[in-house]
Structures are given as structure tokens and as C-alpha cells.
Design a protein around this ligand. Structure first.
Ligand code: R1P
Length: 294
């Protein structure tokens, strides 16, 4: 890692201090909105919002469907902060920049991170419009050393060798399923494994077949670095993938995926995703920061 890519503890702290000087909100929950899912921030009450370009140290969003605003507010009695727009490796950000907000959230006092994303489905049982509760992930860039935790370890955030076996909280996953049943949307939901690829191109058919054989249920170009950094610093994590397309696995299939289609499914399912996230945040307990998965 080049020294210009490194971010000191002080740099994260400066951004956190600046935000705390600009808002009275002290968030317990952070939400990262995936492609087309920026409307999750609309549900927050008593909002304070900041353009990323105004926040010292913050990277800038460059992807259509990622507005580039940090929104603080209340949701069902819990104090939240919502990223309307995330950072992706393929935009050219270093992985530390990509995950910069997560450590800032930790310094703001956040205990639980919600990650959402748009993803393509490889599993036969997952259709566009379905919602996958992320049970686990395969961090393909991470497996070959493209990991935000590479480089000097910041012991103030977490250990050199953090466990990832429990990174998606089991209690929150169960509660989400229970809420889905109560909302009458359980038919759209199932648990599955998300894989992060580097992007920005969508998968070839051979790559899609490989991912399918490896047991991946849904694929996208984000999320894993954020979850790795969150778990490293002891945040509880809950993740949802909105299935926006089937990944083409057959040479006879003439379909092809595009980003506009991905955003459109986000718009169509926005209400359901909003309801789920709102209820889950309302009903989850805070101060229960155990890494608990199975
Ligand atoms: O993961 P999010 O940010 O939801 O976005 C997904 O959608 C985009 C492709 O349409 C990619 O950025 C992919 O990662």
C-alpha cells in the first residue's frame, strides 16, 4: 500500500468531530443505500443532511443513482445516519476511501450497520424484485489481497486478524424474516450468500457459471469491504440485497443487464425495502453488540 493511500486515526476523527459540530444527532444505526435505494433516507424524521462534497475528508460519489448525501435523522425512536450513495472500488477509490464512512460512523457512536445493495441473482429461486437477506459473503477482491484491512493495522479500531465467521448478525436476520411474515412479504424473501466482484463490467457467462457452481446466490460490486471494516471495529451488521436482475448463465439467453434496469427495480421495490428496514430498526435492540451468526 502506498503511503498516500493511508488514512490516520486522526483523519477519521476529524471528519467525525466536524459532523458532530454540525448536527445534534448522535446516531446508533448507520444505513448504506445501494443503487436505486437512496429513498431509504426519506423515512428519517428531523433531518440534517450534508453533501459529501461539504464533509471534510469524505470521498465523492460518481455513480448514477448514488446522490452523494449523508442524512441524519430519527427512525422509530432510533437515531440514524444514512448514506445516500456509497463508494465502489471500480470508481477508482482506494479500499480505505471506499470504507472511510464506516470508521467515521464507529467514531460517531454507531453500533449497528445496515448495508443494502442491488445484486444479480445466480440462484434459480431468486427472481428480480426478490429481497435476499445476506447470510454470508464471498469477498473475491479480498481473497486476492484487495482488502481495506491490508497495510498497518489500526489497533484502536480492531485486531490485526479479525474473525469474519459471524459477520452478519443472526438475531437480526431472524427478526427480519419474522417482520417480513408480518408485512406479508415473506414470499419475496430468503437468505443467501452475496459475492463481491470488482466490476465495473457485469459478468461474462463463464464467470456467472463459475460463481453459480461456487454456491454464490447473488453478485454485486460492493458491500464486502464495508462489512469487513465494520466487523473489524466491532459493529453489528445486517445486510439486504435487492435482486434487480438474473445473471445470464446461458449462451442461448439473449437478455443482458444494464444499470438503468437495476435502478428501475430499486424504484419498484422501494416501498417494501423501506417498510422492512423501518420495522427492523424500530424493533431491534440497541446495546447488543455481539457478533452472532450461524
Ligand atoms: O452495490 P450497489 O452499490 O447497490 O450497486 C450495484 O449496482 C451497480 C451496477 O448496476 C453496481 O455498483 C453494483 O454494485
Amino acid at each position: 500500500m502506498h503511503s498516500k493511500d493511508q488514512i490516520s486515526h486522526d483523519d477519521y476523527q476529524k471528519t467525525a468531530d466536524w459532523l458532530m459540530s454540525q448536527t445534534k444527532h448522535r446516531p446508533q444505526v448507520a444505513i448504506i443505500c445501494g443503487s436505486g435505494l437512496g429513498m431509504l433516507a426519506d423515512t428519517l424524521k428531523c433531518q440534517d443532511s450534508f453533501a459529501y462534497s461539504d464533509i471534510p475528508g469524505f470521498p465523492q460519489s460518481t455513480v448514477q443513482g448514488h446522490a452523494g448525501r449523508l442524512v441524519f435523522g430519527e427512525l422509530k425512536g432510533k437515531s440514524c445516519v444514512c448514506m445516500q450513495g456509497r463508494f465502489h472500488m471500480y470508481e477508482g477509490h482506494s479500499l480505505l476511501k471506499t470504507t472511510f464512512p464506516v470508521r467515521v460512523f464507529k467514531l460517531l457512536g454507531v453500533e449497528t450497520l445496515f448495508v443494502t445493495n442491488a445484486a444479480g441473482s445466480l440462484a434459480d429461486g431468486l427472481q428480480p424484485g426478490d429481497i435476499m437477506i445476506i447470510k454470508d459473503h464471498v469477498n473475491f477482491p479480498g481473497l486476492v489481497g484487495l482488502n481495506p484491512l491490508c497495510g498497518p493495522n489500526d489497533d484502536k479500531f480492531g485486531p490485526r486478524f479479525p474473525a469474519m465467521s459471524g459477520c452478519y448478525d443472526k438475531n437480526l436476520r431472524c427478526l427480519a424474516m419474522e417482520i417480513a411474515k408480518q408485512l406479508g412479504v415473506a414470499g419475496l424473501m430468503q437468505e443467501g450468500v452475496y459475492a463481491m466482484v470488482g466490476g465495473p463490467n457485469f459478468e461474462t457467462i463463464a464467470e456467472a457459471r463459475l460463481l453459480h457452481r461456487l454456491g454464490v446466490d447473488a453478485v454485486g460490486m460492493s458491500t464486502a469491504p464495508e462489512v469487513v471494516v465494520a466487523t473489524h471495529c466491532g459493529l453489528r451488521v445486517f445486510g439486504l440485497s435487492l435482486i434487480t436482475n438474473k445473471v445470464v448463465k446461458s449462451y442461448e439467453d439473449l437478455d443482458s443487464v444494464n444499470h438503468e434496469g437495476v435502478l428501475e427495480v430499486g424504484r419498484l421495490r422501494s416501498h417494501t425495502v423501506q417498510q422492512l428496514v423501518t420495522e427492523l430498526i424500530g424493533r431491534m435492540e440497541i446495546n447488543n453488540n455481539t457478533n452472532n451468526a450461524a
